[in-house]
Design a protein around this ligand. Structure first.
Ligand code: GAL
Length: 420
């Protein structure tokens, strides 16, 4: 072969190889399936903002939005469990930092560690130190937190409070007095929705009644679930429940939150995704809705964090990693969170993009005592939470405090640290 034909042969080989490589890459990256429960009410809008960036960055990857409707993932988690059992994981899913992740999916060896990605993206320098242990096990990091939500927020209707001469309550006692006044005036004092929102209310009342240390102790075994303090917390919860609407079981969290901004109820306890929803409804902060920590929980930030994972056996692993990189990026978080009603997990978010409520949440996150949420996966694994949930369902039918407390004691023994 002369020099010219060698050159031509080499060029031909290079061209063929680049086609083959491009073909392989295309096959790997042609789609990504992301699983969540963000289907409406401010939530889908936040997700869509991130999807738009992803599509811009990876125009050849089809984004399959596999969101399953139902607040707090009540339906989605059941669908996910069935898929995981069948060996059919999505490429990435929304989970919660904390025990839901570590005590459920990591314990079942369903996730890949992401230490290399953390190192490559420099995330250890920008993710909060409080969060890393909650997404780690045995020195491995298992998820990418996209946000921080606050659970212990009390939303209120400023006009209703003013019309009834009520100052924003800051203690359980003040709250109860205010709700007596509202009840007497024929106003629904506290809007409530389906059962997971009742658990959400319960965890905030437990926090108010017990205080941050004893509340934390419930989850590490140092507070006795059978103690008189816990009996008191359950009794406080019963009192608070007596001010709620009777049709709660048939209302979604959006329905219940809407009662407040529509002027049908004075208060609603809900995580700050409610703020994303209020904004989507075109409501104005401080005019149509106000906020304060759930009475008795001022100075404490009861948090949760939506976190995306890389499952073992992700069908489109490369694309899933691209999605995770976006979730952990400043650009992704600053697009998602101002709409979703959460603050960025990263410490370098652009504050000017966030509204007045979220700016206040940023300040509180930086200065408050931080405790975790039960309903949203931080403090208990899924089995423990589901035992508590079953007990709560029964409790709502009979309000038998002693029986409920016995169930809570048993749940900590069978699925929490009390039995160890
Ligand atoms: C939480 C989740 C939030 C929000 C909420 C209501 O569990 O972390 O992002 O979606 O449920 O659906």
């Amino acid at each position: 072969m002369n020099r010219k034909s060698i050159l031509w042969t080499m060029i031909t080989i290079l061209v063929i190889m680049s086609f083959v490589l491009a073909g392989c890459k295309k096959a790997e990256d042609d789609q990504v399936e992301v699983f969540s429960w963000w289907t409406g009410g401010g939530e889908a809008a936040g997700l869509n903002a991130m999807i738009a960036i992803f599509q811009e960055q990876y125009p050849d990857t089809e984004f399959i939005n596999a969101a399953v409707a139902g607040g707090a993932g009540t339906n989605a988690k059941a669908v996910l469990a069935t898929r995981l059992q069948a060996g059919d994981p999505p490429d990435s899913w929304q989970g919660h930092a904390g025990q839901e992740l570590i005590g459920t999916y990591v314990a079942a060896n369903q996730l890949e560690p992401l230490n290399d990605l953390y190192a490559e993206q420099g995330w250890l320098d920008v993710m909060p130190e409080t969060l890393i242990p909650l997404i780690s096990a045995d020195g491995n990091i298992y998820s990418v937190p996209v946000n921080i939500h606050r659970a212990n927020v009390m939303w209120y209707n400023p006009a209703i409070l003013e019309a009834n001469n009520i100052a924003v309550p800051t203690s359980l006692a003040e709250w109860i007095t205010a709700m007596d006044t509202l009840k007497a005036a024929g106003v629904i004092p506290l809007a409530l929705g389906e059962q997971w929102t009742v658990m959400h209310l319960m965890e905030t009342v437990f926090l108010a009644s017990l205080g941050a240390d004893a509340y934390n102790g419930l989850w590490d075994g140092s507070t006795d679930w059978g103690s008189p303090e816990v009996t008191q917390a359950i009794n406080d919860f019963v009192t608070v429940l007596s001010y709620t609407n009777t049709d709660s079981a048939s209302l979604s969290w959006q329905d219940a939150a809407q009662l407040v901004v529509n002027g049908n109820a004075a208060f609603n306890v809900m995580g700050d995704w409610a703020e994303g929803y209020f904004r989507e409804l075109g409501k104005a902060p401080e005019t149509d809705y106000g906020w304060a920590p759930v009475p008795g929980t001022g100075g404490t930030f009861q948090f949760l964090s939506d976190s995306f994972v890389l499952p073992v056996g992700a069908p489109h692993r490369e694309a899933a990693i691209n999605w995770l990189i976006l979730c952990g990026s400043k650009e992704g978080q600053d697009a998602f969170n101002p709409i979703k009603g959460s603050i960025p997990a990263r410490s370098d978010g652009d504050r000017s993009l966030y509204g007045v409520y979220l700016q206040s949440a940023m300040d509180d996150w930086a200065s408050d005592i931080v405790v975790g949420s039960l309903t949203h996966g931080v403090v208990a694994n899924d089995s423990w939470k589901s035992e508590i949930d079953t007990g709560l369902g029964l409790f709502l039918t009979n309000l038998d405090v002693a029986a409920f407390q016995a169930t809570l004691v048993a749940a900590c023994e069978s699925s929490g640290p009390c039995g160890q």
